[in-house]
Design a binder for this molecule. Structure first.
Ligand SMILES: *Cc1c(COP(=O)(O)O)cnc(C)c1O
Length: 362
């Protein structure tokens, strides 16, 4: 979270002021989600997000709950029947680039007939399969991909054009750890979803951006609160939405705008990633195994060539105020997650620490 946003939320916690600065006598957590105060907060957040991400008018923005993992079930429950014959299990195709897309595949198997269109598993998830090689089934309702694999640090630099690949399937993108870090080419997207907690705000809010023509095909087992059509028809208020998380995300959207928008964030994210990968690539101690064209700008996993130094590296980092650098337990090593809220100066501090640590242990 940007510090500025946390400070603003703290100053408004007990008594929320509207845009004119007039206090309303209650905090956001105490408001009815149907009252005029919260309705204005929600509409402002949605409008700011639509303009920031340049979401076209024929896409709905939905504020949901359940996180990225729940969407792994909610997406097939809503979209798998898109192109299925009556009575047939819908066909859903997957591109495997790491842990998150693997989880998506496993969950979708409960609701649809799944197929792996491409996989980078043989490389140890160190690259993204070239879209020209994807084996998309004719009749697939959608193709699922994870645009940034948070654990493996693998990112698609562009979204594929399924039409140009000869497929009518909708593209579904899990952009949990990429959203708002760079622009989105919506002409290629059917649906994109993401938990808010990486780049948009606190946990509890899930963002879904879905093309209108994909609505209205939910399986009959789909819970009403997770039916995109129902959520869209009710302006994300079919049931009580995560009001405080929406408010906080709205403050983050305002902050993003003050930073100059998504283009400015992208430039800063490129500078941050470049500084860190350069430090890794030019060192004798640190190494990153991801193909240079597929490296994530948000999550930078790296390993110490001398594994026995891991504990000392983490202890020294922590003493220097550099926190949460331990890699995911499934891959080990280190991982620096440098989301939007991490300033370039924070990356420079990390690089200086890494260089100093290497000198001291050479
Ligand atoms: C964090 C993450 C998720 C999981 O989200 P939850 O909100 O914990 O369910 C899913 N996909 C990706 C790419 C993620 O980074």
């Amino acid at each position: 979270m940007p510090e500025e946003v946390l400070a603003q939320a703290a100053s408004e916690m007990l008594d929320w002021p509207d845009a004119s600065g007039k206090r309303c006598g209650m905090g956001v957590m105490e408001m009815s989600h149907r009252g005029k105060e919260f309705t204005s907060i929600c509409a402002h957040a949605e409008g700011t997000l639509r303009s920031l991400l340049a979401v076209p008018a024929h896409f709905k923005i939905l504020f949901m709950q359940g996180g990225g993992l729940a969407e792994n079930a909610i997406v097939p429950m809503n979209l798998s029947a898109l192109r299925a014959q009556p009575g047939e299990r819908g066909h859903t195709d997957f591109v495997l680039t790491g842990t998150w897309s693997q989880k998506s595949l496993a969950e979708a198997g409960k609701y649809s007939d799944t197929h792996v269109a491409a996989s980078a598993q043989a490389s140890g998830f160190t690259n993204t399969p070239d879209p020209a090689s994807w084996q998309i089934r004719p009749g697939a309702s959608y193709v699922h991909m994870c645009s940034n694999e948070t654990i493996h640090g693998v990112e698609f630099q562009t979204l594929p054009d399924l039409k140009a690949l000869g497929s009518d399937a909708a593209l579904v993108v899990d952009f949990s750890s990429q959203v708002a870090s760079r622009p989105v080419d919506w002409s290629r997207v059917g649906l994109a979803f993401g938990g808010a907690q990486k780049n948009l705000g606190p946990a509890g809010l899930t963002l879904v951006v879905v093309r209108e023509d994909l609505l209205g095909h939910a399986l009959s087992v789909c819970p009403s609160a997770f039916n995109y059509q129902t959520v869209a028809d009710n302006g994300s208020m079919y049931n009580t939405p995560p009001t405080y998380a929406i408010y906080m995300a709205g403050l983050v959207f305002d902050w993003l705008q003050r930073q100059g928008g998504i283009g400015a964030m992208e430039a800063q994210n490129m500078a941050k990633a470049q500084a860190l990968y350069h430090a890794i690539d030019t060192s004798g101690l640190y190494v990153n195994h991801v193909h240079p064209d597929c490296r994530s700008r948000m999550n930078v996993p790296f390993f110490l060539r001398v594994e026995a130094l891991n504990a000392a590296f983490l202890a020294g980092a922590s003493a220097a105020g550099l926190l949460q650098l331990k890699g995911h337990k499934s891959v080990g090593g280190m991982r620096a997650s440098i989301y939007n809220a991490m300033p370039l100066a924070g990356v420079h501090l990390l690089v200086a620490y890494m260089q100093d640590f290497e000198r001291r242990h050479a």
